[in-house]
Design a protein around this ligand. Sequence first.
Ligand code: SF4
Ligand code: SF4
Length: 619
Amino acid sequence: PAGMRALWRVREDAAGTATRMPDGSEAWPGWEDCAVPPARLGAYLRDFRALLAQHGLRGTPYGHFGDGCIHVRIDFDLLGEDGVRRFRRFSEETAALVVAHGGSLSGEHGDGLARAELLPAMYGPELVALFGRFKDVWDPAGGMNPGVLARPARLDENLRFAVLPREPVDVVFAYPHDGPGGGGDFSAAVRRCVGVAKCRVAGPNEGAGVMCPSFRATGEERHSTRGRARLLHEMLAGRAGQAGGPVGRGVTDPVVTDGWRSTEVRDALDLCLSCKGCRSDCPVGVDMATYKAEFLHHHYRGRLRPAAHYAMGRLPVWLRAATPFARVLNAAARVPMLAALAKRAGGIARERTLPALAPETFTHWLRGRQASEAPAHSTPRVTLWPDTFTEHLAPEVGRAAVRVLEAAAIGCAVPEGRVCCGLTYVSTGQLDQARKVMRRTLDHMQPVLDAGGPVTVLEPSCAATLTTDLPELLPDDPRASQLAAAVRTFAQTLEEQAPAWTPPHLNRPVTGQTHCHQHAVLGDEADRGLRERAGLTGELSGGCCGLAGNFGFERGHYEVSTAVAEDELLPAVRSAPPEAELLADGFSCRTQLTHLTAHHPRHLAEVLAEALDQRSEEP
Ligand code: SF4
Ligand code: SF4
């Protein structure tokens, strides 16, 4: 099934994928959808390619060749005046070519603004004038679709990119694949969206797909990846309009005029769960989680932020400070009035239960154990990343991972010093702070990086942050990409470090969800293999759990958060057989399941560790 899905995806994503040339440069649907009689297709394509070469353009034709209908994205430069002139000349000459081959300027999509001006080449000027007169009979005031088919606008008017700023916008992330010469162009990132609306699909995702949970929960365009990309486009257009007045033919008044301070854009991004689903599922890799973090950084720069940003964005600091008082604080959190006060102060939804703090951190446990017990494996082969969640909220996951890794003869150690991937700062757009935390982390990780071993990260969202956000926020620090390359998930570690190890055989079905960041960034091949070897059968669902770190805890998000969980995860759990093991490697997913069901979800490491313990107790 995975192979079949991959094959279908090639077909489904073609319209988006073709907007990037093999060297990463942009290509556009400026000459789309013409059709010629199938018998003339070969001759037409030869002439078409020759015309492309003559204009110094590149494009990859695809389409319904049996019907003679061709789609193509061409690397027009629609940002420069020369490029737009070339686009115009090429369109006129290709229209003449299509007509010479007995074809039609559009095969299945209609003519629209892109081709209406060229219709006289196909129908002749008299007939096209007659279209106009016929329309006038029914629309004497010319109020219906003015400038579209009858007396159309020029094909190089109203070009979408004419309104975007020409100079790169000052941004924090590196955007390594957007813009010429190593990226860094936020406008190029935003104009990735070609509008094919794969992010607006309702109904269960196929396979492990994730994009776009907020659209699926709300059904609203502005809460889809595309809607957000359009609003960011308008924001950039508004900035360009303000800076230098209208910059292109057909430019209309800007819609969003207050740039990064825009509340419309902030509201559209508010329900983005930063699940990174679009980063992998969108055919052109629109990465809204990154754009949201970038936007929040600029939007709140020098201003008071929502309480949730201070409470949950700085979670690692609060948890570290609170750990010595864990028992008292946990008891206080069980007193409804105190819990309500804490939630109100922290911008947390009142429906949420505050997670309990572990009295002993994972690191403290591991170091204490190593000091008191003779280490089973004197030379650690992997560094176990003490992410904030495993460290302070779920150390049982870390203990289980150590149990399993050691059973596979993989010794492990935690790094010296305070390390943190910066996830909570990134997701709340506190990017200066995130970079500070990341730099400090890289300093502490220097010995580990020098030693060159793998870094095992149990929490998928932290692994994804280290793999993607870290090198994109610190592009000039080579240690960032070094650490990113060293990151391994729990299953990847076992696969690479102990390929011959046989896990305990559990022989039971599984239910639950592949973490959205794992799906988008890390991949789940190793997890599938490990589950199979452990006799854990069945598929995990796609989608997002809806909690997504701080998102589902924030006041005002509870309804959407639970609606997202209802999309795929909760139905999958309900329909699972009673003996099914409920797997969720992410702390958020486990929390969401604990809040919304009566089940007890576990990390795969916990399930395997329990089986190992049972095996060793057997007579
Ligand atoms: S964001 Fe949505 S509409 Fe835009 S390219 Fe991606 S899938 Fe298509
Ligand atoms: S990060 Fe997730 S919620 Fe946000 S736009 Fe992308 S798919 Fe949608």
